[in-house]
Write a new protein. Structure first.
Lengths: 163, 313
């Protein structure tokens, strides 16, 4: 291997609950938000990420390191993403999609959105309302009419007692 | 009851997630709240997003299936699970046949004098575009063949029409333009049939050749590919089959595989690799998965008064 020509640049990221994380610049710039800060020379000290908590940021950094270690092979990157997301629960996925949006990481954003859609696919209307904090603004009559309109879509829906 | 933390997501993120859901789930989620109803029903915005993304996951894996149902003296097209996809008033003006289907889009056409006018319908939203074909192309119900395919180079869907004189024209849906009428240059005197099937970004047609040197006077069955970006035809490797080909044959795509069915016995399948020259065929015994769906896809062969009993064979 070539001799060291200098240590790779490391950035320090700070979550909104004041946890500090070190991450290689080459991995961190997967986030367009961070890349812009680096390019603008604003990344000298600690980079505060006010919309991301420590638990989520740790996860995102794991992803950054994992995906940037994979050479340009879309198949392998995809299988890494699938594996990375496979054990995440709904709450974690929702936090991650918000973080990916804030950090402007389109590949993570796409993967997490697709995963959330996959989780939602067989869920009930009640599950969706609870998990996303959506208020049912239909009157009972209106709701019955909408359901009647697409009656067949209520077959094969999972029961609500899971997460 | 423990509810877990609820996660309120901004509208654009939520819309992005919704646009990845299959049609059935989307329709169910119309009853979540009024704003979801409006989003999911929004033709212009949501239909476009949904189509773009349904393309990535479809490739035959999430197809919608059609059949005709006799209602009084007429046949009506039905989309899977009894869902009828256009209001009756519009339906009554259209030919019940689905000319071709891809990524949640179904191509239909008008009856009678308006037979040269097509309707491309988004099955998830009911959004439809109407366009006429100016080319002097024949619109014979049994001898004109259609296909829909996405062209990633121009980010648009293309409708291809091939007539019984082996000429074809291509329509770009977003820019609403037709290509000139071109010759297919099939040198093998083929009889093309059925409808185009899209799989992994290419469009495929089944045809029967009438080559004189063939021992089997009834001809041989071939599959041709259509490259949407170059708008040119590509001949695929020869099929190996033992069933004697009769007139009845069709091509369908289910769960990511292509199926060639001849006289109700399913044959040779599967397209491998990304380039035409790498593609190969795999023998397959029995029926495609969900054999009732296989029938569904073929039912467009059967017109009112047609012999339906054959479907149960």
């Amino acid at each position: 291997m070539a001799a060291e020509t200098g240590t790779p640049t490391t950035l320090t990221l700070k979550s909104n609950d004041d946890e500090l994380f070190s991450v290689a610049e080459s991995a961190a710039i997967l986030s367009v938000t961070i890349r812009n800060m680096v390019e603008d020379g604003c990344a000298g000290g600690v980079i505060p990420l006010d919309n991301v908590d420590g638990k989520t940021l740790a996860s995102v950094i794991t992803y950054m390191n994992g995906i940037s270690a994979i050479p340009a092979d879309e198949e392998k990157k995809k299988s890494y993403r699938d594996k990375f997301l496979s054990d995440k629960d709904f709450e974690t996925l929702a936090d991650m999609v918000l973080a990916a949006n804030y950090l402007n990481m389109s590949c993570l954003m796409d993967a997490v959105s697709a995963k959330i859609a996959q989780v939602m696919e067989k869920k009930s209307v009640g599950w969706v309302r609870r998990k996303f904090g959506i208020e049912n603004d239909y009157t009972p009559e209106e709701e019955a009419a909408v359901k009647e309109e697409h009656k067949w879509t209520f077959e094969g829906v999972e029961t609500d007692d899971d997460n | 009851m423990e509810d877990g933390a609820k996660k309120e997501l901004p509208y654009d993120i939520m819309e992005n997630i919704l646009s990845r859901l299959p049609v059935k789930t989307l329709f169910r989620f119309k009853s979540v709240c009024k704003s979801w109803y409006a989003t999911i029903s929004d033709d212009q915005i949501f239909a476009g997003v949904h189509l773009r993304q349904s393309r990535n996951m479809s490739s035959g894996k999430r197809d919608v299936f059609f059949w005709l149902e006799k209602q009084g003296p007429d046949f009506w097209p039905i989309v899977s699970h009894q869902h009828q996809f256009l209001p009756k008033k519009i339906e009554s003006q259209l030919d019940p046949t689905v000319l071709c289907y891809s990524d949640g889009l179904a191509l239909r056409r008008y009856h009678g004098v308006d037979a040269g006018i097509y309707v491309l319908c988004n099955l998830s939203t009911g959004y439809r575009v109407k366009f006429a074909c100016p080319c002097p192309i024949h619109h014979h119900p049994h001898q004109t063949v259609y296909g829909i395919i996405y062209d990633p180079l121009i980010n648009d869907y293309k409708v291809i029409v091939i007539d019984n004189n082996m000429r074809y024209a291509v329509y770009q849906c977003r820019t609403e333009t037709w290509s000139a009428l071109q010759e297919t240059n099939f040198s093998w005197g083929p009889l093309i049939t059925g409808k185009g099937v899209s799989l992994n970004g290419d469009l495929y047609f089944i045809l029967k050749t009438l080559e004189e040197e063939e021992e089997e006077s009834r001809g041989r069955i071939k599959i041709v590919g259509f490259d949407p970006s170059r708008e040119s035809f590509v001949r695929l490797p020869e099929l190996n089959y033992t069933t004697k080909p009769d007139f009845f044959m069709f091509l369908t795509c289910l769960e990511g595989c292509m199926y060639v069915c001849i006289n109700h016995s399913c044959l040779v399948i599967k397209v491998v690799g990304g380039k035409h020259e790498e593609k190969s065929w795999r023998e397959f015994e029995g029926f495609p998965p969900l054999s009732t769906r296989r029938n569904v896809d073929t039912i467009n062969w059967y017109y009112p008064g047609g012999d339906e009993t054959e479907l149960d064979a």
